[in-house]
Write a protein that binds this ligand. Structure first.
Ligand code: ATP
Ligand code: PRP
Ligand code: NIO
Length: 496
């Protein structure tokens, strides 16, 4: 595979890919001379999608591309300058636009590499840098990471259901527009599909492209046999015939007839595709017909609104399907079309530069109360690399010596102690330092392999679709206590 570079996808800059309030806040910070106050934000989700037990982090390559190209062009500044407030006066003064013109991205970014398995409340990305800049990029980071993480997770679930079978992504035509389709193809590949029908995604990202033919091909000829014969002439060694245009099992018989003629000329039919009807029954019948005719290697491809639960059910029914073609349900994440990732301020450098003020967003629901600190995620694993528990801790404070206690942020009675010798790794890795990419991001193939490895390492009870176990993620005890202290303080209940 030869992954095409992502660089330039968003050049010239997409700096206006944001909500207006980010720019109005940026102006406000600038006016208050707060633009350079060092701030820390975390991007995280509160619940894994699809009522599942995990998510697969994706979108960082797009984020890096976006940040590398972040700069306000003349057109951007002219547009911002044209915006008017309620009284018809410019929303942004010229001096502020001049500031934006010369602004250079200078934040540090730490992130989980794409393909990392992530759980609720864990920062996927941590941004540290000038308040104005770290705030301004919120919306773009969320739109890039939320969608791609959602689709990569859906793909990982489909991969789980399909086991070792081939999975093809067929979603572009029903995706949420061109960019939805393109980024979904990339995220789906990252999450575990084998190939896409999306040719632009093939060119851009080096994803293998594959496909069969449409019903219209069959309809364009006087009968099925003529249509199959013509397709075989065009692609004598790369043909998959769609057999359900009129009558599926009759279609299979026609496919066999043409396959015999192909064999006589030294070519083998690659497969047939079923796209309607009872896929369990029809695939078993088709398999029998093909085997009896001496074509045990002709693959059976199935499509028609498939997703992970249907694949599981079809397998239980004894379906004889080798390749799953999955479109709409995958690229639109049909049963949960958005991941609710958020981006929250967690620390601000004190005005006198003497340390950090840690910040918290309260909520009636404890689950929505943010986590203060400059967070890192430490994953404790068995000797064999099976994840056991994740610990969020504040890197701005020293960790206690000896064993560490991890406490569930929602239930203080759920806690565990980890010994210092327990193998572990830190999930957030440096991506940008002072606005510069530390090193090129890994190729897509590597991120895909990571996703595969990390999902498989999870206990099956966390991977299952129905009522999965909750993987233990907790706050290191000092952080847990500090967060409670801050909650009480902000509610006016702190100690005198
Ligand atoms: N054996 C099966 N068990 C469960 N679901 C199945 C089975 N076979 C097919 N399905 C799924 O049932 C849904 C509806 O199938 P159905 O054959 O009614 O589709 P359709 O699109 O209405 O067919 P047609 O194109 O003939 O109108 C699809 O999502 C399909 O994948
Ligand atoms: O069902 P999905 O998971 O979204 O998979 C993609 C679908 O798109 C095609 O149908 P369409 O009717 O658009 O074209 P066709 O005539 O080639 O079947 C294909 O045959 C699949 O049924
Ligand atoms: O190649 C295919 O079979 C295909 C491509 C897009 C959508 N549905 C099917």
């Amino acid at each position: 595979m030869n992954p095409a570079p992502l660089s330039g996808l968003y050049a010239p800059s997409l700096s206006l890919l944001t909500d207006l309030y980010q720019v109005t806040m940026a102006y406000g910070y600038w006016q208050q001379d707060l633009q350079d106050r060092e701030a820390v934000f975390h991007l995280y989700f509160r619940r894994p999608p699809f009522q599942g037990g995990y998510a697969v982090a994706a979108g960082l390559a797009y984020v890096a591309d976006f940040l590398e190209n972040l700069a306000f062009s003349e057109d951007d500044l002219t547009y911002l300058g044209s915006l008017k407030g309620a009284k018809g006066t410019p929303l942004f003064p010229q001096e502020f636009l001049e500031y934006l013109r010369t602004m250079e991205f200078s934040c540090d970014v730490d992130a989980m590499p794409e393909g990392t398995v992530a759980f609720a409340n864990e920062p996927l990305i941590r941004v540290t840098g000038p308040l104005l800049q770290a705030q301004l990029i919120e919306t773009a980071l969320l739109t890039l990471v939320n969608f791609q993480t959602l689709i990569a997770t859906k793909a990982a679930r489909i991969r789980e259901a399909a086991g070792a079978d081939t999975v093809l992504e067929f979603g572009l035509r029903r995706a949420q527009g061109p960019d939805g389709g393109l980024s979904a193809s990339r995220a789906a590949y990252l999450g575990g599909v084998d190939a896409t029908s999306n040719v632009l995604a093939g060119q851009r990202f080096g994803i293998p492209v594959k496909g069969t033919h449409a019903h219209s091909w069959v309809m364009a000829f006087e009968d099925e046999e003529t249509a199959f014969t013509a397709y075989a002439r065009a692609f004598p060694d790369d043909s998959v015939f769609l057999v359900d245009t009129y009558d599926t099992l009759e279609g299979v018989r026609k496919a066999i007839k043409v396959a015999r003629a192909m064999r006589a000329e030294g070519h083998e039919l690659g497969g047939i595709r079923l796209d309607s009807g009872d896929l369990a029954y029809l695939s078993r019948e088709a398999r029998e017909l093909l085997n009896e005719a001496g074509f045990p290697d002709v693959r059976i491809v199935a499509s028609n609104d498939l997703e992970e639960n249907l694949i599981t059910s079809l397998k239980l029914q004894g379906a004889k399907i080798d390749t799953w073609g999955i479109g709409t349900q995958l690229v639109t994440a049909y049963n949960q079309p958005a991941l609710g990732g958020v981006y929250k301020l967690a620390a601000l450098r004190k005005p006198d530069d003497s340390g950090w003020d840690f910040t918290i967003k309260l909520s009636e629901q404890l689950a929505k109360t943010s986590i203060p600190g400059i967070l890192q995620v430490r994953r404790y694993e068995t000797d064999k690399g099976q994840p056991r528990a994740d610990m969020l801790y504040n890197t701005a404070e020293p960790l206690p010596e000896g064993p560490l206690v991890i406490i569930d942020p929602l239930d203080a009675t759920r806690r565990r102690t980890v010994r210092a010798e327990t193998p572990s790794r830190e999930l957030l890795e440096p991506v940008f330092r002072r606005g510069r990419l530390v090193q090129p991001l890994p190729p897509l193939s590597e991120s895909r392999a990571r996703a595969h490895r990390e999902v498989l390492a999870l206990d099956p009870s966390i991977r299952r679709f129905l009522n999965p176990h909750t993987y233990p993620v907790g706050l290191e005890e000092t952080l847990y206590n500090y967060r409670n202290h801050l909650i009480l303080e902000k509610r006016g209940l702190g100690a005198e």
